[in-house]
Design a protein around this ligand. Structure first.
Ligand code: SF4
Length: 865
């Protein structure tokens, strides 16, 4: 067996270290790296199951021009030629790159250098625009530089942790486990979120605020702190610039009762929060997409930063505002300047910065102003102003707001290049050239996590097919465009050293981002790099900020009026993630275990709304917005605020028919950051009554979802499962069954049809359709795909004899269902989550299901009482 390789998780911004041991051809054992400071050996369910996602199924392994395989030379020559032609004819502003927080820092650096220093425009933006650009803009307004002034260690030192707009238990599970450990030791947890998430359920206090009311909440808190004498006047006088009318403006409408009304929370709860915050100097306020993905996102960020600056709760252990990022290398992208609104190495477009970067790169041209941010970029493509686009490692046809309009823009764009790991993506369908990129486990480079820790990602496998690292692809195009010397990189380490040198170049200490010393080592030092943090644990410990005068800024922010619901769109749609899925599921969708937590896209609806609108739990419903409509299965929830809906972002046209979310959100953005306001789209919902429901189980993949009203794909062991509903003739679905011996049953009275196809002695496919009856549980049938022989009860959908139903899977690591857990709690009188783990193992591996176990425990014990 090979030695373990220290690398970093492919998914979220927690940036967990992984110890990976290659066990065979495209096989790897994954464990948490006990020496990595971000996770100390722990991994959540996504990281734990990374090994299930490293196969080559669905990979793009060769360059493609149109639908024809091409050589690298031919494909790269064509990309370089077309970009040069468009630039020569229409100017540098007529081309654009749309890149990704999945890229490594070295990939990002080369892309940014090519666009901003050589093509000469800042039309490079990243999908990080969609998740944390408001935090970037807020940091720059308050601190003069995009600095996250906290580390995970601050959570260990805090007495109060406030989570704002963050379902941390699902989206950053390892950080959440750290928060829980601190709370178990006595710290208090307050969660501010319109939804009662698993994170909120475990909080000491949950404020289910009205979406978009965070500025009022935070301004009210700052006003309370001022009245309580908690504002640190000495700190302000020494380190912070306060606008003349700041406090007068803050006072307007910031009394407790007005804020409670605006936020629609009980005044008593609000008072409790305010008093707790005022009384607890060691407070960390951690915020995420619920703050950032708003048309007031930057103001919301600054409302939080104002609070910490005014109370002097920054630059000290256990006291900080803390923006936590979604993607694994969103921070690395920020460091190289991968956003259209920044230049490079934490510099903006001030003339002296442009001159400095141009000098360093010996660049023929330098972008002198910000480029088009994501939403504007795709608008410009649709309007014909951008004529050549290169999309790297992201899927904007799924993830951008108003995604159908983005698709129309891509279809109209004269030249689209997509470099990606996956062969068939919704965006790749619009590409003129597709370039095969190396995947996680195949490439070398660095990533920076949410607490400024730089870690290595290391290759575990040889490059498959003709796949190449992104930095190599970009530099080859740059060289073919005529800039051979400036892009003469032989390895990722060359790029890393140049990136480090730029960070310290002509840097007299005003820019805190400086990778001092990191550029010194050779290739061996790069290979051996251990995780390190730039900027120290508390970059503002000395009270000096990155502004010209060294002072931070309090930024006056005002709560915007929140519109009343419209008659046609009476509900508010919120979007977000599931615990065990990642983005458009190109990787997590390969892992059957990760599908078990949430198998389908659900629309969560409050019980009162459901009763009023005639929606049944488990039924289908169409969510409509002015941008489009999608169908989901209904989940009734007391965790939703009445009048609000929640849907997941993950499903695409490859994995569903009719269940895509990106097309629903409106393309309205924050005026400062350009980040879309995904969390608040006017919407309506209505029940959908299909003529039939069913499922199709296959031992093979389909090229496209079945053509019916609604379909959703679930990864299962040895095959795929499609949940279906439709109004069409089921013959079109039956036509998807493979050849083989057929076993059929039909009940015309109930409108039920069941067909199994056997090839050799094994089950190859099964189709179960019903117009009025029940459908059997899927687990036993799924297991028949890998059974050595066909069971006689196949069309009954169950094993011979009596069976126990274990219920939906809660612990995906050990495949333990809800009913099994509930029975163990009752029968063995288990009193806490640890006891459940000791008794049946649930929650003892990655720990991602522990909040769910706590909820089941609470329900069971309250039932018993
Ligand atoms: S919390 Fe989970 S998904 Fe995020 S980096 Fe750690 S293991 Fe990966």
């Amino acid at each position: 067996m090979a030695d373990a390789v220290r690398t970093t998780c492919a998914y979220c911004g927690v940036g967990c270290g992984i110890s990976a041991t290659v066990t065979g051809d495209r096989a790897v054992e994954i464990a948490g790296d006990p020496d990595h400071p971000a996770n100390r050996g722990k991994l959540c369910s996504k990281g734990t199951h990374l090994g299930e996602t490293v196969g080559l199924e669905g990979r793009l392994l060769h360059p493609m021009i149109g639908n024809k395989r091409a050589s690298w030379d031919k494909a790269l020559d064509l990309v370089a030629k077309r970009f040069k032609e468009v630039i020569a004819r229409h100017g540098p502003g007529s081309v654009a790159f749309y890149v990704s927080g999945q890229l490594l820092t070295e990939d990002y650096y080369v892309s940014n250098k090519l666009m901003k220093g050589f093509i000469g425009t800042a039309n490079i933006d990243t999908n990080s625009r969609l998740c944390m650009s408001s935090a970037v803009a807020g940091h720059m307004r308050a601190f003069g530089e995009d600095i996250v002034p906290a580390t995970y260690d601050d959570l260990d030192a805090a007495d109060l942790i406030v989570l704002v707009g963050s379902n941390t238990a699902w989206c950053h599970p390892i950080v959440y486990q750290r928060i829980r450990a601190r709370c178990d030791a006595g710290a208090k947890l307050v969660v501010i979120d319109p939804r009662r998430t698993e994170t909120a359920e475990e909080a000491d206090l949950h404020l289910a605020v009205r979406p978009g009311s965070d500025v009022a909440l935070m301004n009210g808190l700052l006003q309370h702190c001022r009245e309580a004498g908690v504002v640190d006047d000495t700190y302000l006088a020494a380190h912070v610039a306060v606008p003349a009318n700041f406090w007068d403006q803050l006072g307007e409408g910031s009394d407790l009762w007005s804020v409670a009304r605006t936020c629609e929370v009980p005044a008593a709860d609000l008072r409790r929060f305010y008093e707790l915050f005022a009384a607890t100097p060691r407070t960390v306020t951690m915020f995420s997409q619920g703050i950032n993905q708003s048309t007031s996102g930057t103001d919301q960020v600054n409302a939080i930063l104002n609070l910490h600056l005014a109370t002097g709760r920054i630059g000290k252990a256990g006291a900080a505002p803390f923006s936590i990022t979604g993607q694994p290398n969103a921070m690395g992208g920020r460091e190289v300047g991968g956003l259209a609104s920044t230049l490079a190495a934490h510099m903006d477009f001030a003339p002296e910065n442009c001159a400095r970067v141009q000098r360093f790169w010996a660049a023929p041209a330098i972008a002198e102003k910000p480029g088009l941010k994501a939403v504007d970029m795709f608008r410009a493509i649709g309007e014909g102003r951008i004529k050549a686009l290169w999309v790297m490692a992201t899927n904007p046809a799924v993830s951008m707001p108003d995604a159908n309009r983005v698709r129309a823009a891509l279809a109209a764009c004269p030249f689209v290049v997509v470099s990606d790991v996956i062969e068939k993506t919704d965006t790749g369908a619009f590409a003129h050239v597709r370039l095969p990129a190396a995947a996680w486990g195949e490439k070398d480079g660095t990533v920076t996590n949410s607490d400024r820790m730089v870690s290595r990602q290391r290759a575990l496998f040889p490059l498959p097919g003709e796949a190449m690292p992104d930095w190599w692809i970009v530099k080859e195009v740059a060289r073919r465009m005529g800039w051979k010397n400036a892009f003469a990189y032989d390895r990722a380490a060359d790029i890393w050293r140049e990136h480090c040198r730029l960070s310290t170049y002509d840097n007299d200490g005003v820019r805190l981002f400086a990778l001092s010393g990191a550029a010194q080592g050779g290739n061996a030092a790069y290979d051996d790099m251990v995780p390190f943090r730039w900027g120290s644990a508390h970059p503002f410990a000395d009270g000096r900020f990155s502004t010209n005068d060294g002072r931070a800024r309090l930024v006056p922010v005002v709560q915007k009026d929140l519109p009343e619901p419209l008659a046609k769109w009476p509900l508010t749609l919120n979007t977000g993630r599931y615990r065990d899925q990642w983005h458009s599921m190109t990787r997590t969708g390969l892992a059957p275990k990760l599908a078990r937590h949430r198998e389908e896209p659900l629309v969560e609806v409050h019980l009162d709304d459901a009763a009023r609108l005639g929606l049944a739990d488990g039924g289908l419903a169409r969510v409509e917005t002015p941008q489009g409509g999608s169908i989901y299965r209904v989940e009734l929830s007391v965790g939703q605020r009445p009048g609000e809906l929640f849907v997941p972002i993950h499903w695409t046209d490859r994995t569903s028919r009719g269940g895509r979310t990106g097309l629903l959100s409106r393309p309205l953005v924050d005026p400062v950051s350009g980040q879309p306001g995904f969390k608040r789209t006017p919407a309506s919902i209505a029940a959908v009554a299909p003529e039939w429901r069913g499922f199709l189980l296959l031992a093979h993949e389909l090229d496209a979802p079945p053509k019916c009203l609604w379909a959703t794909r679930v990864a299962v062991p040895s095959g795929t499962l499609w949940e279906l509903a439709g109004n069409c003739d089921i013959k079109s679905i039956e036509a998807l069954l493979p050849r083989g011996e057929r076993i059929e049953a039909q009940d015309n009275a109930r409108g039920t049809r069941r067909v199994a196809v056997v090839a050799g002695s094994r089950l190859a496919a099964a189709l179960f359709i019903t117009e009025s009856g029940e459908l059997p549980p899927r687990d036993w049938l799924i297991a028949q795909l890998s059974a050595p022989e066909v069971a006689p009860t196949l069309l009954a959908g169950r094993a011979p004899g009596v069976q126990t139903d274990r219920g939906p899977v809660i612990c995906v690591c050990f495949d333990i269902g809800l009913k099994t857990i509930a029975a163990a709690i009752r029968d063995q009188q288990l009193a806490d989550v640890a006891a459940i783990g000791a008794a049946i193992g649930a929650g003892t591996n990655c720990g991602s299901c522990r909040p769910a176990l706590a909820r089941i425990l609470a329900e069971e014990t309250s039932d018993a009482a």
